[in-house]
Design a protein around this ligand. Structure first.
Ligand SMILES: [Zn+2]
Length: 304
């Protein structure tokens, strides 16, 4: 039984499970709002494909969308929230859910929709009404790799965030852009994810008293999902991710729970093997976005 046209299966207890994930997003938002924490981590969340009225793309309820709606709706705590999405798939549920909202700046890095589900997220989709010019899509070609991601991310994100001046930043940290993922072909290594988290932690300090919420998202190789999200947790708590061997007890538990072989080591932060498309392909995407938004981004040379 599917909850949509064939991607999102139902299972006993799925409504309660999906509701708990929404609860995690709300709890994250609340703990930052009341000042119990400056940063919150919700690794089970980031179900960015669910729409306001329907499930989609393995997502039943859009936890992060609910949190953004509470944060920016009537009685909400914030007038300007920046949502950054680095999942390999376009965060269509979030973007269309807030397409006409001036209270959500949405910046989404994803594999070009002409090559991957859900097919949306072209640079021309920049928002409407109060949201006009506040939805920034960066569709990246297959094989983008660490250098391509770093160039696009570092040119686009600081520029748009400093201009918008958010009161809180939300990062959807889907890990299916990793080169070991079976569904997408962006070919990031662990270093791209650290770069995104580290950059947003610094921007949150600069712009909004450090307020940052990070959710999980996609990821279809459990070995990578577990390690990359754990590494993100270390970064958010102000520590470097460990290197070398993973704890034996964790590896044993992983093998019981997944039935697969556990990885031996923490992820390597060295860039993934070559496969990067030409720097020109990335520059063309950033130039197209610059023209659509009427925003000038720093040159590729300045962020190398
Ligand atoms: Zn995804």
């Amino acid at each position: 039984m599917f909850l949509d046209s064939g991607d999102t299966p139902s299972f006993p207890g799925c409504g309660a499970a999906a509701s708990r994930i929404v609860g995690g997003a709300i709890a994250s938002l609340e703990s930052v709002r009341v000042g119990r924490a400056r940063r919150a981590f919700h690794p089970a969340g980031g179900l960015h494909h669910a729409h306001r009225s329907r499930a989609a793309g393995f997502c039943i309820f859009n936890d992060v969308g609910v949190a953004l709606a509470l944060a920016t709706g009537p009685g909400g705590a914030y007038r300007r929230v920046a949502y950054v999405d680095i999942d390999a798939h376009h965060g269509d549920g979030v973007m269309y859910g807030f397409f006409d909202s001036g209270r959500v700046l949405d910046i989404d890095f994803h594999q070009d929709g002409r090559t991957l589900f859900p097919g949306t997220g072209a640079v021309e989709e920049t928002g409407q009404g109060d949201g006009a010019g506040l939805k920034a899509n960066v569709p990246l070609p297959p094989g983008t790799g660490d250098r391509g991601f770093a160039s696009a991310f570092l040119r686009v994100v600081p520029t748009l965030l400093r201009s918008y001046r958010p009161e809180i930043i939300v990062l959807q940290h889907g890990v299916d852009g990793h080169f070991g993922d079976p569904l997408a072909r962006l070919r990031y290594s662990a270093s791209s994810f650290s770069l995104a988290v580290g950059t947003l932690m610094a921007l949150a300090e600069e712009l909004c008293q450090g307020r940052l919420i990070v959710t999980g998202g996609g990821g279809y190789n459990p070995r990578n999902v577990a390690r990359l999200l754990a590494a993100c947790g270390f970064l958010l708590s102000g520590q470097y991710p460990p290197e070398g061997a993973l704890p034996g007890a964790w590896r044993a538990r992983f093998e019981v729970e997944t039935g697969g072989r556990a990885p031996a080591n923490w992820p390597n932060l060295r860039p993934a093997p070559a496969g990067d498309p030409s720097p020109r392909a990335i520059r063309n995407v950033v130039r197209a976005l610059s023209e659509e938004l009427g925003v000038k981004f720093p040159s590729a040379r300045t962020v190398r």
